[in-house]
Design a protein around this ligand. Sequence first.
Ligand SMILES: Nc1nc2c([nH]c(=O)n2[C@H]2C[C@H](O)[C@@H](COP(=O)(O)OP(=O)(O)OP(=O)(O)O)O2)c(=O)[nH]1
Length: 135
Amino acid sequence: MNEIKVVVKGVLIKNNRLLIVQRSQIETVGAGTWETVGGNLHFGESFETALKREFSEEVGLNITVKNQLFSTTFHTSKTRQIVLLTFLCDTKEEQITVSDEHEQYLWATKDDLLTLLPQEIIEDFSQHNVLDLLN
Ligand SMILES: Nc1nc2c([nH]c(=O)n2[C@H]2C[C@H](O)[C@@H](COP(=O)(O)OP(=O)(O)OP(=O)(O)O)O2)c(=O)[nH]1
């Protein structure tokens, strides 16, 4: 059965660094890869509600959701398509607690992002000027 999934992701920047998280080594898909915080839109949720919930679950942060930066769509298998929307986010909080879903977090510099992120995320970030938000 074909499946289409909506994913919301956040670009959270503090002190010129962008928050990324590394998928747990025991994940079945993409173990150990780095990504932005976020996940599945649940039925009935707004983008904002979903992203706030994901930040709270994944890194223990209360955030505010600002403007949308870009959207994209891709397949993770022949029958599974993702529609991914990325929003600029903000927080006043400092304390991060990663959930079991992730191994660790990093406040990444532009160089860190270019070294650690998968090519498809770097391409999306470059194409939509996300890296320009960092000096
Ligand atoms: N093309 C692209 N992919 C991205 C970006 N940011 C980002 O996290 N991804 C990837 C990493 C993940 O493989 C994928 C979906 O994220 P996800 O958190 O829903 O992961 P998942 O498929 O394991 O979801 P789940 O089964 O755990 O619910 O999106 C981006 O900006 N562009």
